[in-house]
Design a binder for this molecule. Structure first.
Ligand code: FAD
Length: 417
């Protein structure tokens, strides 16, 4: 039976506030529980029928605390022509003349310099380090079960050039606290024996023994139970039309016209945060990057350690007794449908990377989700209108960053209190 959590005195805030959190994905749920634990009265509102059904649902499951490399980098910019010509199976670029998209692209290119890439990656690392401690504390305090484990992670490199580039930023991350060891092919096989089958293709690898995995959907439903046990409210199946911050108290306006006011509103609506912020006159630089995942039984050479194959751009994680495999980056796609050719591309990349990792002929479920990308790959955690705080735009690392960004936003709520 779940032990009901009572906040201790040190955690309780000076002035409890009435808070509405928009969005019940990993970010909104971690934020809601962090705030509820600090003594605030929290209501979570989500249009889906249950928490965790958005981009958080079946993501790659990796809590990637040491691998926070920003997407915009000199290497990504160099690959742009290949991407535009659809020659890289992992990437698709859906161009648009929408001014927000064009502005985002310009900002993305500006973030692709070596200096900005380094700065953004290290800022992500600082958030990830904070996030690890914050997630552990939430899980322990509320006994949330979400197939959480520490299998470690190996990133495989199949060219000397990409391994050298990874080592360069890894050295900086090492100084900033990331734990990583550099391995040759034999070293990688010693850590994960199932890599023996592809040993010939490995030029180098980076291993982090402390990397974790966890099921984001189970985390969201576990947090829901903890919130309700602590007296918070989780209202699902309720779509928000707009946010109103003109009056004395910020207010959400639901699709049926009813209104809900609060001392503060925390916007955690993932990709859709941008359109909700627009109703306040605020502009959030977030565009979708669609990705896919499959879940299947482990194959005869399924790794225990999480694997990221840098060349095939695919990630593997063992989640309890299943393999979760994720990848693809379709920038600008806004629909969540599973397209057969893109699913086939993911399965093809996975087979090329680790041919026997999963039972590829009996895939149990396939899924697509929209990563809410910012140009610098860092989440937006700031006040965007009187009484409205954004915690959104977590891109490819929202599961990793969720608990840390929840703490940052809790600090903003209380500073402004
Ligand atoms: C293929 C893939 C693999 C990934 N792998 C990893 C990984 O291994 N590790 C990692 O750290 N990250 C990973 N990510 C990224 C991660 O999944 C996202 O960054 C994260 O899920 C974003 O969480 P969120 O809570 O901000 O958004 P969401 O989970 O999308 O939650 C937003 C919620 O807001 C609700 N909402 C939106 N608009 C409204 C409205 N108008 N009214 C009411 N409710 C609304 C939605 O219903 C939704 O539930 C991956 C993403 C993809 C697509």
């Amino acid at each position: 039976m779940r032990a009901e959590f009572r906040p201790d005195e040190a955690m309780v805030t000076a002035r409890p506030q009435e808070l509405v959190v928009i969005g019940a994905g990993v970010v909104g749920m971690a934020t809601a529980l962090t705030l509820s634990d600090r003594g605030h009265r929290v209501t979570v509102v989500d249009k889906a029928d249950e928490p965790g059904r958005g981009t958080s649902f079946a993501n790659g499951a990796q809590l990637s605390y040491s691998y926070t490399d920003a997407l915009a980098s000199p290497a990504t910019l160099a690959q742009f022509p290949q991407m535009l010509l659809a020659r890289d199976p992992a990437f698709r670029f859906h161009s648009s003349l929408d001014p927000d998209f064009l502005r985002w692209m310009l900002a993305f290119v500006r973030n692709g310099s070596a200096n900005r890439f380094r700065r953004n990656t290290l800022a992500g690392l600082a958030l990830a380090v904070r996030s690890r401690g914050a997630l552990h504390a939430l899980a322990r305090r509320h006994r949330i079960e979400f197939a959480h484990g520490t299998p470690g992670k190996i990133i495989l490199y199949r060219s000397a050039k990409s391994f050298a580039a990874a080592r360069a930023i890894a050295a900086d991350k090492g100084v900033a606290g990331a734990e990583q060891s550099f391995l040759d092919a034999d070293g990688a096989v010693a850590v994960e024996p199932m890599l023996a089958l592809i040993r010939h293709g490995i030029v180098g690898a980076i291993h982090t023994a402390s990397e974790e995995v966890g099921d984001p959907y189970r985390f969201c439903t576990g947090v829901q139970a903890a919130l309700v046990a602590g007296g918070a409210e989780v209202r699902c199946g309720v779509a928000i039309d707009r946010i109103d911050a003109d009056g004395k108290r910020p207010t959400i306006v639901l699709n049926d016209g009813s209104r809900l006011g609060a001392d503060r509103i925390i916007l955690c609506a993932g990709l859709e945060s941008a359109s909700l912020a627009r109703t306040l006159g605020a502009r959030l630089p977030i565009v979708p990057m669609k990705g896919y995942s499959i879940t299947a039984a482990p194959g005869r050479a399924a790794p225990r350690v999480s694997i990221t194959d840098a060349a095939n751009r695919v990630v593997f994680a063992r989640l309890a007794d299943r393999m979760r495999i994720a990848g693809l980056a379709d920038l600008g796609r806004r629909d969540t449908g599973v397209e057969p050719d893109r699913l086939a591309a993911l399965v093809g990349s996975a087979r090329a990377a680790l041919p026997d990792a999963a039972d590829y002929d009996a895939i149990e479920s396939s899924w697509a989700g929209l990563r809410p990308m910012t140009p610098d790959s860092l989440p937006i955690m700031r006040t965007i209108a009187p009484g409205v705080i954004a915690n959104t735009g977590h891109g490819a690392l929202g599961w990793t960053y969720a608990a840390g960004s929840a703490e940052r936003v809790a600090a903003i709520v209380e500073e402004e209190g």
